[in-house]
Design a protein around this ligand. Structure first.
Ligand code: PLP
Length: 394
């Protein structure tokens, strides 16, 4: 008889977005003319930039011509043209040297973050900050692993650090953080790198929002910390950097000097990917290459600046209203204190000012009493949403 992986029974049903959708549809059924402003979704709203679209079109035409048609890629881990562009990006932004063989191109950070857990034995203990992007927790629950949640709260700025007595083998860090927008400083990341090296642990560092960092002192890559290549894997994505949420492209850095339990994680990840993944589409890799061109980077910066402008309008409003908040400055997320239960706050915003956000409790127990708003809406809607906030909380 077939048996299923019973660890799946330990997953909490993800009611968060289903609940939001249900509450929203009930409200709109009762109030069909209400102008709802959605500030809950983590999806982008601005289209792909022109250099990216041009690259997509050019590559698509190449695929229709016998001489330039491409089938299976020679390397599942990505074409050299893209890996070299990514290496240049790291050199220019973070002064980090990467060898092409350390870069693995994928269809996005979510799958890589979840799949990377394949490389580790199930008797490892996993350290996960709370609140955080739910994929880390769920992908380890699926494997039945022991998980230690470390608390983010307003005392530590939602940036938990290693503490006396903390024991674990694999540490997930997300900076800038989803949902709180908090960003680790170099000193703070160094504490994690030292902790990992001391204990032969591995850091899985999610840098999906690195492009939003505007403060030049803050690290955009964990490899800005000396010795991090000995203990950390880094995941990144073009979803928020370049509007690729629907186009799908990400990349994972597995340093060659990262040796765990006598094994090279780079070799293991290569073996895993060549067995279970057949590469990211050629046309998408050409589009991703265009993101890293001079024109592409300028266009992406214009779009990110637009979202940053939204975030500033939001945080200025919160400050004026004396609402405790963090994030926004180096992140598209603004994380605010509700002064009540997160779901009660959700209902208040929906019913009183027709604004939809995300209850913080959906990202972990330490998110209870907090709320996430995103800067991904249009400028007009963001301004209007903040005017409504000002009226409600004046
Ligand atoms: N990592 C974090 C922290 C995210 O918030 C998200 C998406 O919301 C992802 C990874 C997923 O990125 P991708 O679209 O590349 O799969």
């Amino acid at each position: 008889m077939v048996r299923v992986n019973t660890n799946y029974k330990n997953l909490k049903q993800n009611y968060l977005f289903a609940n939001i959708a249900k509450k929203l549809s009930d409200y709109t059924a009762a109030h069909p003319t209400a102008k709802i402003i959605k500030m809950g979704i983590g999806d982008v709203t601005q289209p792909l930039s022109i250099p990216v679209v041009e690259a997509l079109v050019k590559a698509s035409f190449e695929m229709g011509v016998k001489e330039t048609f491409r089938g299976y890629a020679p390397d599942e881990q990505g074409y050299s043209f893209l890996k070299l562009s990514i290496a240049d990006y790291y050199k220019n932004n973070s002064n980090v040297d990467l060898d092409e063989r350390e870069i693995f191109v994928s269809d996005g950070a979510k799958s890589d973050v979840a799949n990377f857990t394949d490389l580790f034995s199930n008797d490892n203990t996993i350290i996960i900050p709370d609140p955080v992007y739910p994929v880390y927790l769920d992908s380890n629950i699926m494997l039945g692993r022991k998980i230690i949640l470390i608390n983010g709260n307003d005392a530590n700025g939602f940036l938990p650090l290693p503490t006396e007595g903390l024991q674990g083998d694999i540490i997930y860090l997300c900076s800038p953080n989803n949902p709180t927008g908090a960003v680790y400083t170099k000193d703070q990341l160094k504490q994690w790198v030292d902790f990992a090296i001391d204990r032969n642990a591995v850091i899985l560092f999610d840098a999906a929002y690195e492009a939003f960092i505007s403060d030049s002192d803050l690290p955009r890559s964990i490899y800005e910390i000396p010795d991090a290549k000995r203990c950390a894997v880094e995941f990144c994505s073009l979803s928020k950097t370049a509007g690729f949420t629907g186009t799908r492209c990400g990349y994972t850095i597995v340093p060659e000097e990262l040796i765990v339990d006598g094994e090279s994680l780079n070799n293991m990840w290569m073996r895993r990917q060549t067995t279970k993944f057949n590469g990211t589409a050629y046309i998408i890799q050409r589009a991703a290459e265009a993101v890293f061109s001079k024109e592409g980077l300028e266009s992406c910066k214009t779009i990110i600046d637009y979202y940053r402008g939204n975030a500033k309008i939001m945080t200025d409003t919160m400050s004026k209203l004396s609402i405790w908040h963090t994030g926004g400055l180096n992140s598209p997320y603004v994380w605010m204190k509700c002064g009540m239960d997160s779901w009660e706050y959700f209902d208040t915003l929906l019913n009183d000012i027709n604004i939809v956000g995300t209850p913080g409790s959906g990202f972990g127990r330490c998110g209870a009493g907090y709320f996430r708003l995103t800067a991904f809406n249009t400028r007009e809607n963001t301004i209007e949403a903040m005017e409504r906030f000002s009226k409600l909380f004046k």
